[in-house]
Write a protein that binds this ligand. Structure first.
Ligand code: NDP
Length: 327
């Protein structure tokens, strides 16, 4: 019996090439749970792993896909039985370990969570790593104390940003979405953004370390000069959840917002999150995220679409969440 997977191969010149191939089960990596994958997605990291690797992939040939949902086929662990619906995000699956861009995956039971009650496997992947991370960011802001006033979301039309806008709006917050794609303003308004901020307004490097106190919190998927700039626009005592680096990894900032305004910079990592916190985030997502808005974010795709979509997400050209039906 064979199954289909996206396989990335690397030649002697270190050039990578991704193609859909038929594989046999003996090619699957070690693990205690074998999952018949139903859906996977395309996150920014997937773009790297489908393409040149970005230093994330350990060995080739490689099957990318940093998240998946599906049904347990075989389990060598008492926590799971055949037929159970499960979700995986993180743990370097799709980077160091073969991932979800495949009809089958084999992983450690510790890495899985049961499909959250109230979500289908397709909805769970419409959320995916990006949306799960948005929830972690929102929870971190809440735990630290969200201030009154608008909450800023950068990279708003991307995966992390779209889900963050919808979650914060569902919480009754005013949401300002920063986008470099003015044509996505209607999309962001439909998700619940009450204000659209043009990327150029925040992309200039810091000139004055403190500007007017504007934002009651921020989910930042962009990093770089934009993060440095918005730190100086946060209200007194407000927090920024630093999620991503779509605009760069450098942080050309001053420490003045921390010292004079008590601004907090909260680091968000979705990969190694402890199990209990994963359950907490997934259950909040199922409870809070309006499913009609989630549906509006979905770009449907198949395994053969992945090489193009991987390049598109690296170019910042994917809107919302790609949901890959691997079958
Ligand atoms: P997407 O590509 O879907 O979204 C990123 C968005 O950022 C783009 O859609 C675009 O939004 C904006 N953007 C892109 N390039 C630039 C640029 N040069 N300057 C400013 N804005 C830019 O990716 P994801 O939502 O999947 O991921 C977003 C970031 O979060 C990535 O860096 C990713 O690695 C990180 N991430 C981190 C996780 C963690 O555990 N910490 C987990 C998941 C993701 P617009 O067009 O609206 O401007």
């Amino acid at each position: 019996m064979t199954f289909k997977a996206l396989v990335v191969e690397r030649d002697e010149d270190k050039k990578t090439q991704a193609s859909v191939q038929d594989l046999t089960e003996d090619r699957l990596p070690k693990g205690d749970v074998t999952v018949a994958v139903e859906y996977s997605t395309v996150n920014y990291k997937d773009g790297l792993c489908i393409g040149p690797g970005g230093g994330l992939v350990r060995s080739y040939p490689h099957v990318p896909g940093i998240d998946f949902s599906g049904t347990v086929e075989a389990a060598d662990d008492p926590r799971y039985s055949p037929g159970d619906k499960v979700v995986l995000t993180g743990w370097r699956v799709g980077e160091a370990h073969w991932g979800g861009h495949s009809q089958k995956a084999r992983v450690k039971a510790d890495w899985l969570v049961p499909l959250p009650e109230g979500l289908t496997t397709r909805q769970a992947m419409a959320v995916g790593t990006a949306g799960f991370t948005s929830m972690l960011a929102v929870q971190a802001l809440e735990d630290q104390g969200l201030k009154d006033g608008p909450v800023l979301v950068t990279g708003a039309a991307g995966g992390v940003g779209s889900v963050a806008v919808a979650l914060l709006s569902a919480m009754g917050r005013e949401v300002a979405g920063v986008t470099g794609r003015p044509d996505q303003a209607d999309y962001l308004t439909a998700l619940g953004a009450t204000q659209i901020v043009a990327r150029e307004e925040l992309s200039e490097t810091v000139k004055r370390p403190l500007e007017s106190e504007t934002w009651g919190g921020c989910v930042d998927a962009v990093g770089g000069a934009m993060l440095a700039r918005l730190l100086g626009q946060m209200q007194y005592g407000a927090s920024v959840a630093a999620v991503g680096l779509a605009g760069g990894a450098a942080l050309p900032a001053t420490v003045i917002p921390f010292l004079l305004r008590g601004v907090n910079l909260l680091g968000i990592d979705s990969v190694m999150q402890p199990y209990d916190n994963r359950l907490r985030a997934w259950s909040r997502i199922a409870e809070l995220l309006p499913m009609d808005k989630l549906e509006g974010m979905i770009v449907p795709a198949t395994l053969s679409d992945l090489p193009k979509l991987g390049a598109d997400i690296l170019a910042g050209q994917v809107r919302g969440r790609v949901v890959v039906d691997v079958n």
